[in-house]
Design a protein around this ligand. Structure first.
Ligand code: ADP
Length: 384
């Protein structure tokens, strides 16, 4: 993750935004950017519908900020095209400056003007536009109220908590009624409880304006909770672009599966393909994976990635080895409020996150059922 140095004057809400405008349709084709020897982005294609909420998810260094900054116009791609609706705003010949793109940005470090009050920060971009003073005042107050900061209009940023400062930044973004809002890890400096509350507000307020949103994060649960669609980036490439449900249920690659949460992985050999599922022999046990890589053949070396939601304890500890259950020993148990999460050792490896309402003891023998629908098989590629 990169802490961006862009300041408010570079790309806050702009007068180019039309009142009550709908969100931009965003189209990116072949976006690429290299920094010295690092290919930060390569061949990225994206389509975001007007009013869509796209989350760019990926580990640190995967290219999220580079892509966001290219959309903002504070950086140029080396190759590729960006369109907002039918209008080409960046390609090898055109580069529309940030302030003409009808967009607003919300940053990780809030990027408020320290010498301005809440009201002045929120009004700032509006005052640069062509609005009447009364209109600026009305819109600023409306935005401040929408983020729950009414009564704090005359405070300075240093008189506010981190969460309140981020609310000011959100109000400032919303006040300009932009057609696109770009969020650069806006919750990562806040603690858990506040993150959750502000996340809900970002989701509801942004959607209520009809603006298109692009939001970057490395936190998969935040991405799942916010997105209409997630663009998963890995080493500068778009690994998968899908709804949260598709990404979780049908990860396209083992990276996509791992990045969205696995409780265990088992190596084995494909025995057969049956009704679209892959039957795998792993440590003398059968595992069935309903999805994953297509085109797997009997004899292929594979890994089966098991989602935390795939596992349940079955009561009959000595139950049949029917291919859907594994013998297990409980090695750890953790209280999680609604119940207990267990770590178990099985013949195919360690599996975490086996959830039950009642705790099982460490060292206890158990049997775990594995739901094929929550298992994904991918070929292991051997490099010479
Ligand atoms: P992310 O936002 O996913 O953490 P970035 O887009 O910031 O990823 O970075 C992608 C890659 O490009 C990283 O390897 C990063 O070190 C490199 N990079 C980003 N910005 C610059 C820069 N201004 N100069 C040199 N390398 C950069």
């Amino acid at each position: 993750m990169t802490t961006t140095q862009i300041r408010p004057s570079a790309a806050t809400s702009t007068a180019a935004a039309q009142p009550d405008a709908h969100g931009h349709a965003v189209t990116v084709r072949g976006a690429a950017r290299r920094y010295g020897s690092v290919q930060a982005l390569q061949g990225v294609d994206l389509d975001i519908e007007p009013g869509g909420f796209l989350v760019l998810l990926g580990p640190s260094g995967s290219g999220k900020s580079t892509l966001l900054r290219g959309l903002a116009g504070v950086e140029r791609f080396d190759a590729g095209t960006v369109q907002f609706g039918p209008r080409v705003i960046a390609d090898s010949r055109h580069h529309l400056p940030p302030e003409k793109r009808g967009l607003a940005m919300v940053f990780q470090d809030y990027a408020l003007w320290p010498h301005m009050t809440v009201r002045q920060n929120v009004s700032y971009a509006l005052r640069r536009g062509s609005h009447q003073a009364a209109e600026v005042r009305r819109r600023a107050l409306e935005a401040i109220e929408s983020v729950g900061l009414d009564g704090k209009e005359d405070r300075y940023p240093h008189e506010l908590s981190g969460g309140q400062q981020q609310r000011v930044a959100l109000a400032r973004a919303l006040a300009g009624r932009p057609r696109l809002i770009l969020f650069d890890e806006p919750l990562s400096n806040l603690d858990a409880d506040l993150r959750e509350r502000l996340r809900v507000e970002i989701a509801t307020l942004t959607r209520s304006t009809g603006a298109t949103a692009v939001y970057i994060t490395h936190d998969q649960s935040e991405a799942m909770a916010l997105a209409d669609r997630i663009g998963l980036l890995n080493a500068g490439r778009l690994e998968q672009l899908a709804t949260p449900e598709e990404l979780y249920r049908h990860p396209a690659t083992s990276f996509a599966a791992r990045f969205t949460g696995v409780a265990g992985s088992a190596r084995g050999i494909v025995r057969e393909r049956r009704d679209g599922a892959t039957v795998v022999l792993a440590a003398d046990h059968i595992l069935v994976a309903a999805s994953g890589e297509t085109g797997l053949q009997p004899g292929d070396d594979v890994e089966v990635l098991i989602r935390p939601t795939a596992t349940t304890f079955v009561n009959d500890v000595s139950g049949p080895a029917d291919g859907r259950t594994l013998p297990a020993v409980v090695v750890d148990v953790a209280y999680r409020g609604r119940g207990y999460e267990h770590v178990v050792e099985t013949p195919v490896g360690r599996i975490t996150g086996v959830f039950t309402a009642a705790a099982r003891q460490r060292g206890a023998q158990a049997r775990v059922a594995i739901d094929p629908a929550e298992c994904h098989a991918f070929a292991i590629r051997h490099t010479a």
